[in-house]
Design a protein around this ligand. Structure first.
Ligand SMILES: C[S@@+](CC[C@H](N)C(=O)[O-])C[C@H]1O[C@@H](n2cnc3c(N)ncnc32)[C@H](O)[C@@H]1O
Length: 400
């Protein structure tokens, strides 16, 4: 989606049209499950892909943007007429959208906001009412969360930004958009980071002067938190362009960290660290508020592949922890194979490590997220206004 919004055609639009185009795409993605159900009931056979896209945008305008029904239909028909491939389907677009408009909006069932197979997994993992509550967040437009560089600056920043201070110290601002112009940006007093994403680094409990390895570090929100806590941070990531973003934010905030572009599994350096944070690559299903397309591009096989990568990265991370040190593992995924199952399998593979249970409220974690095993299972509805879904586990390495 970001690629589509990065084209010359998009850039050539007026600021107002760009805003509308972005809102239209986001609503169509947030409501895709409901939109495709409505279309399935009204389409006798599958139309070419571009026709389906025009219909999806048309339905999104009919029910979830302030577009009058006639304008939603007329602009969709005009769009179909303007594209060679869809020209022959103008009458179909007109008939289907008029019919759906007459039928009215779909029933408000959160289960229909997610792909059926993913919703079934969430129901199996968390139960029906939790699955419904978490899926209902898919439809919601998220606020912007910020992490202050200095926690003592949170109240002043909240006032300047008209933001609220959340449990744990993140700031939440209803606005989105050109953050570079917001108070405190140029002075590096904060960076953008979802409230849930800010919790794992707090659970490292990094102390001034400690060495901390952030093993999948870019673009770097967690590395910045660790550096701000006074730790000596080594940030490894295999993506040099993503690490460049970390370097830029380090410069803006005046924080420092050693940045290393390397594959965490093969990094030849043998140093050991007081603490290691592994924010592993994952399906990112927990980030559906900002990236609703992740739900629709994911395939079941991806979960299996990423889970295998996560196990290998956990082993690589464990090898870097000093005796007596700690390891925090996290993923922004809602899938138990990437969370609870990884933590349990890790303990079976590594006698030298024991679970270091996360306590209620620690790091700003909502009480609802703490599991019986002492892991943190954050679901998007655990915070009013929503938060990313995350799994966090903390382990301690025994002293030799
Ligand atoms: C979930 S993101 C990390 C986000 C980051 N911790 C933050 O707070 O901004 C996962 C990162 O893992 C990196 N990655 C994936 N496989 C890797 C590997 N084998 N070695 C090092 N980095 C890897 C990706 O480039 C990506 O930046």
């Amino acid at each position: 989606m970001e690629t589509a919004l990065d084209t010359a055609g998009f850039a050539a639009l007026s600021a107002q049209d760009r805003g509308f185009a972005r809102a239209l795409v986001m609503v169509a993605l947030r409501r895709l499950g409901q939109i495709d159900r409505l279309l399935a009931a009204r389409l006798e056979r599958e139309p070419p892909e571009p026709v389906r896209m025009i219909l999806r945008l048309g339905v999104a305008q009919l029910f979830w943007l302030d577009t009058p029904a006639y304008a939603a239909v007329d602009s969709s028909v005009a769009l179909a007429g303007a594209i060679r491939e869809t020209r022959g389907f103008k009458a179909l677009v007109n008939a289907v959208l008029r019919r759906i408009g007459r039928d009215g909006p779909p029933a408000n069932d959160p289960a229909t906001l997610a792909p059926g197979w993913l919703y079934a997994r969430w129901r199996a993992a968390y139960g029906e009412s939790e699955a419904k509550a978490l899926a209902s967040v898919i439809a919601e437009e998220p606020a912007t969360d910020l992490t202050p560089r200095d926690s003592a600056d949170a109240a002043a920043l909240a006032e300047a930004l008209e933001a609220t201070v959340l449990q744990g110290g993140s700031l939440r601002r209803a606005e989105r958009g050109r953050i570079e112009a917001w108070p405190g940006f140029a002075e590096g007093r904060w960076w953008v980071q979802d409230a849930a994403a800010a919790i794992p680094a707090r659970l490292v409990e990094a102390k001034s002067g400690e060495t901390v390895l952030d093993l999948c570090a870019a673009p770097g929100g967690k590395a910045l938190q660790l550096a701000a806590a006074g730790a000596s941070v080594t940030a490894v990531d295999r993506s040099a362009p993503r690490l460049k973003r970390l370097a830029e934010t380090l410069e803006r905030t005046g924080l420092s960290a050693e940045t290393i572009a390397a594959d965490a599994e093969k990094w030849p350096n043998r140093r050991l660290f007081d603490a290691v944070l592994l924010d592993a690559p994952c399906t990112a299903t927990g980030t559906f508020r900002r990236n609703p397309d992740v739900l629709w591009t994911l395939r079941p096989g991806d979960i299996v592949k990423l889970a295998a990568t996560q196990s290998r990265l956990m082993d690589a991370a464990a090898a870097r922890v000093k005796p007596g040190g700690r390891l925090v593992y996290c993923v922004c995924s809602l899938e138990p194979e990437e969370g609870e199952a990884q933590a349990a399998a890790f303990l079976k593979r590594h006698d030298a490590f024991a679970a270091d249970p996360i306590r209620e409220g620690e790091g700003g974690a909502p009480a609802a997220g703490v599991t019986r095993d002492g892991w943190l299972r954050l679901l998007p509805h655990h915070l009013s206004g929503g938060m990313d879904g995350f799994f966090v586990a903390r382990f301690g390495r025994r002293r030799d």
